[in-house]
Design a protein around this ligand. Structure first.
Ligand code: BTN
Length: 178
């Protein structure tokens, strides 16, 4: 397999995984129109496994496919999602592989704590912060309320970041390097 074909295969597989995770039902919270989802685990994995460039392309491919097929949690498509309360999270997903991929390149691949810190900052804190900014704007709730309500995502998102870190450290020698 040439490296281009190999890259395209990995990118397509990651976009597929993100879509598959989107088919796992979300957990509605009630107090904000944003569910707890598993799909953002796929976004973190894209950065940790494929690195900045290929990870970003896989997220963009997922968003592109989502304009034709229901690719998001609850069977939603990309365009309606980008016009709704969760758009801030989804737009931030585009930059997650970049942040994680670049960050992980700068540290020893066996350092679990640093790996987790980078994945948590790029895949959890960054996303939940940007998500809260748009959520506040969209729902007209005070930003501080949106920020507080996003604390509900932190435990689950931290578990996803831990899982991604475990995979990144354990299989670091097989991961796709940029
Ligand atoms: C959508 O399908 O409309 C996107 C949902 C975004 C949910 C965000 S991602 C970060 C945070 N963690 C979660 O489990 N849910 C929110």
């Amino acid at each position: 397999m040439t490296s281009k074909v190999r890259d395209l295969t990995y990118i397509a597989m990651m976009a597929t995984l993100i879509i598959v995770l989107g088919h796992i039902p979300g957990i509605p919270l009630g107090f904000i129109p944003v569910p707890i989802v598993l799909q953002n685990l796929g976004i973190m994995l894209a950065g940790a496994i494929l690195g900045a460039k290929r990870g970003t392309v896989s997220v963009l491919l997922f968003l592109l496919l989502g304009t034709f097929i229901p690719a998001f949690t609850g069977g939603n498509n990309t365009i309606p999602v980008l016009m709704g309360p969760t758009a801030g999270y989804v737009v931030s997903w585009i930059f997650v592989p970049l942040l994680i991929g670049i960050g992980l390149k700068k540290i020893p691949s066996q350092n679990f704590l640093l790996t987790f810190l980078i994945i948590w900052l790029g895949g959890v804190l960054f996303v939940d912060f940007l998500g809260a900014i748009w959520l506040a704007h969209f729902t007209k709730m005070p930003f501080i309320t949106a920020l507080w309500s996003n604390l509900a995502f932190i435990p689950g998102d931290t578990i996803k970041a831990l899982l991604t870190s475990l995979i990144a450290v354990k299989y670091s020698r097989y991961l796709v390097k940029d």
